[in-house]
Ligand binder design. Structure first.
Ligand SMILES: Cc1cc2nc3c(=O)[nH]c(=O)nc-3n(C[C@H](O)[C@H](O)[C@H](O)COP(=O)(O)OP(=O)(O)OC[C@H]3O[C@@H](n4cnc5c(N)ncnc54)[C@H](O)[C@@H]3O)c2cc1C
Ligand code: SF4
Length: 489
């Protein structure tokens, strides 16, 4: 019998056509942490849809714990390598479950380890991993050369947003809810009323694909209508257009409904056969077989203690207004709007995560483990493997630079250039002191001052630190931000 977890839902997690399947809906998993309601809905809906598709082949049990369900099965059980360290430990410790190699990633664990070993003492760089993956998988290659003669089109993909309210691309394909969603909603309402679970964020129409059919429709819509516009403004933000030309595929990918190779094959065909611009296609392929896979492998490559790294000695708690997604408590236009978006959908794209939410937490010295926990619970696509490296490493620089070469910290000037939030804000991105000082600009300098010594050895920070030395009003900025403390900006 093949036990499939809630993130093993695609056909590639099964082998024989008639193989019996076990699915366990564990209430304790939901009760343990306060997840976004949209995330709880998505995962339950996806699991129940899969069980319905599998029909009689599937034994679907609703229990409190995995153990309870497994103890009642008297057939040999196999499972594909789980996606979290805790789940892997659980299945290994039982001793009666066969653990198969991981699936759902284009680079296997042995392939990654071979590449990592080949680096010797050189740091593990995403760019080098990605080029190795492109060669090995034959993606966007013309013989031995990268398509178009360049591996990297990042420089073409950093444009500021247009001066329009939206990017003007067709909307993503939205799923249509059905009776299974209705039942999930009823169950969540009842469990909440009975005090068994409690949620973050708002209930709303399900925005993310929960079945393979839906996921393929979202993929088709993206490739045919949106991919062409993905690249140039992938780093930009528009208040009136949270989706822009992003694919919205992280949730179905992380549920295992799609295989990453399917995405890159489709994207490459759009370039070769339908005239999609190479920079945009390369930018997308880089996310899928570059960043996503790099993050997955680093989760397993780094020791378990990685999740507790705190290289910048950041110990402040995550304040309630942020933790509870209380957008109304916040005056800063960018942060307020993005908290509101997370509250309604459990999703914002990469740049609001990194350069607004993560940047604010980093500037304020919030504890990285608490920030990771918050992201994990608040985002529909959040799983341990993807949150730990993205938050501890990429966003909070808590690993001291093992993943990112410098902290992703920025002031209001960056946010002003890359978004249209500042026009509607009572703060001024150019100001660092006074009642209209931008909290991101002031927070940027206060962060550098606090971490001056810790960052001194990082040559990529030398210009920023030199700028700090030239600030005549630094003491004032630092005092102002100390006074702000954990208050909402
Ligand atoms: C602080 C922080 C937390 C994040 N947490 C998650 C998370 O919990 N789950 C998650 O899937 N992604 C996470 N990401 C990465 C990225 O923000 C999301 O994958 C992306 O915004 C999802 O939207 P999309 O599918 O429209 O992505 P697109 O912009 O369309 O990108 C295409 C795909 O690339 C992949 N991808 C790109 N970058 C990453 C990355 N750094 N890590 C993993 N996958 C990546 C995703 O699968 C995504 O679907 C996080 C990034 C940051 C900075
Ligand atoms: S001025 Fe500062 S706080 Fe206001 S929207 Fe711009 S970056 Fe955000």
């Amino acid at each position: 019998m093949r036990w499939i977890f809630g993130d093993h839902l695609g056909p590639h997690f099964l082998d024989a056509e008639d193989e019996p399947v076990l699915m366990i809906e564990s209430r304790r998993v939901l009760a343990r942490r306060r997840f976004h309601r949209a995330k709880a809905h998505l995962v339950l809906s996806a699991m129940r849809h899969r069980a319905a598709e599998l029909g009689d082949r599937c034994t679907y049990v609703q229990v409190d714990t995995y153990k309870e369900a497994l103890d009642a099965i008297d057939a040999p059980v196999s499972v594909v390598h789980p996606t979290s360290r805790a789940a892997l430990r659980f299945v290994r410790e039982r001793g009666d479950i066969e653990v198969l190699p991981a699936r759902g990633f284009a680079t296997s664990m042995p392939e990654f380890e071979r590449w990592a070993q080949s680096r010797g003492s050189r740091r593990l760089l995403m760019e080098d991993f990605y080029r190795d993956a492109r060669r090995r998988l034959g993606v966007l290659m013309d013989g031995d050369e990268p398509a178009g003669g360049r591996w990297n089109f990042d420089a073409d993909n950093r444009e500021p947003p247009p001066r329009t309210r939206t990017l003007g691309v067709p909307e993503p394909v939205w799923p249509v809810e059905d009776a299974i969603d209705e039942q999930v909603r009823e169950d969540l309402d009842r469990w909440e009323r009975d005090g068994l679970v409690s949620f973050l964020g708002q209930d709303g129409p399900r925005r993310f694909a929960a079945t393979r059919t839906e996921a393929l429709a979202v993929l088709d819509g993206f490739i045919d209508q949106r991919l062409g516009a993905f690249g140039p403004q992938e780093d930009a933000m528009l208040a009136g257009d949270p989706w822009m030309a992003h694919s919205l595929l992280s949730a179905p990918l992380n549920l295992g409904l799609l295989d990453p190779q399917e995405l890159v094959v489709r994207a490459e065909a759009a370039y070769r056969e339908a005239g999609a611009p190479l920079p945009t296609v390369e930018g997308f392929v880089r996310q899928v077989i570059g960043w996503r896979e790099f993050v997955w492998h680093l989760y397993w490559h780094f020791p378990e203690s990685y999740r507790d790294r705190n290289a910048l000695d950041a110990h402040e708690p995550v304040p309630e207004w942020f933790a509870q997604l209380n957008a109304e408590a916040v005056t800063a236009a960018c942060l307020s709007a993005i908290l509101d978006d997370v509250r309604s959908a459990g999703w914002v794209h990469h740049i609001p995560r990194l350069m607004v939410l993560g940047n604010y937490a980093l500037q304020r010295g919030w504890n990285p483990a608490a920030v990771t926990d918050w992201f994990h619970r608040a985002f529909v696509d959040g799983y341990d493997w993807v949150m730990v490296p993205n938050v501890v490493g990429m966003s909070q620089y808590a690993d001291g630079g093992a993943l990112a070469t410098k902290p992703y910290v920025a002031g209001g000037a960056y946010l002003h250039r890359m978004s249209d939030y500042c026009g509607g804000c009572q703060f001024d991105p150019r100001k660092r002191v006074g009642s209209d000082a931008c909290p991101f600009t002031a927070g940027y300098w206060a962060f550098l001052e606090r971490n001056r010594e810790r960052l001194a050895g990082n040559h990529r920070m030398s210009r920023a630190l030199a700028g700090l030395g030239r600030l005549a009003d630094l003491n004032e900025v630092v005092a102002q931000e100390a006074e702000r403390g954990s208050r909402a900006p």
